[in-house]
Ligand binder design. Structure first.
Ligand SMILES: *Cc1c(COP(=O)(O)O)cnc(C)c1O
Length: 230
């Protein structure tokens, strides 16, 4: 199998898993956006994925993403910054990302608001779903979500997209994703257009779909196991 055939087969598997999960949850596959997480993989893989119909790309390192974007900007893909963002990288991230998934503190919103862009950046609020959250691990506390939403919508040229989370390590993802869905419902009362729920990775996409995820961030199931040395 060449790389295109490998990616095509993996994508078909992932689409089948999403279809099965949607069927089980009584949802439509058209409600789900698949984000192919291409961190550590070369720009050429992204070009192949684009040929195979992938429209959304997730990256989590600013420098790496910026280099790939520079080669592939002409493809018209939607680029998602899915990882933790250092405040001093905000300006750089806004040059390649269309959506920033890990917004979890006022300082980051302030830094992103200073950047001038041709179109508004979309921001998702990352929620820390760990039952015993440790500060600084990434993600706002559930009780901070509404005030961050308020800051995002009053700070500048942003679109508030919704919420994002990573299942807490060492815990069952189901109650965590259920909680995220509750937080999303609560946010929607004040911000009816903030409909997105970014949750679910290769190992837990079915559970995420069950609890309302609209955006799945899938890396290894599409691209294979990552080698961080490359
Ligand atoms: C790497 C990464 C993913 C993809 O993880 P897989 O298990 O490879 O699907 C999803 N979300 C975030 C935030 C990531 O950093």
């Amino acid at each position: 199998m060449n790389r295109t055939e490998e990616l095509q087969a993996n994508l078909a598997d992932v689409h089948q898993r999403i279809a099965n999960a949607c069927l089980a949850a009584g949802r439509q596959t058209s409600d789900i956006t698949l984000i192919a997480v291409t961190k550590t993989w070369p720009a050429n893989d992204i070009a192949l994925l684009a040929q195979l119909g992938v429209t959304d790309i997730g990256e989590n390192k600013d420098q790496e993403a910026k280099e790939k974007f520079a080669q592939l900007a002409h493809l018209g893909l939607t680029w998602h910054a899915i990882g933790q963002v250092q405040t001093n990288k905000a300006k750089s991230i806004a040059t390649w990302a269309d959506v920033v998934h890990a917004v979890d503190r006022p300082a980051l919103i302030g830094a992103l608001a200073k950047v001038t862009r041709p179109s508004p950046l979309e921001l998702l609020i990352q929620v820390n779903l760990d039952p015993n959250p440790t500060p600084g691990r990434g993600g706002a506390l559930p009780t901070q979500v509404l005030s961050l939403a308020e800051q995002i919508t009053s700070a500048g040229e942003f679109r508030l997209g919704g919420v994002m989370a990573v299942a807490p390590l060492g815990h069952d993802p189901a109650p965590a994703f259920a909680k995220l869905q509750e937080i999303s419902k609560h946010l929607l009362k004040s911000y009816p257009t903030a409909t997105k729920i970014s949750a679910g990775m290769s190992d837990d996409l079915e559970i995420a779909v069950k609890y309302g995820a609209t955006h799945l961030r899938i890396g290894s199931s599409i691209l294979g196991h990552r080698n961080y040395q490359r």
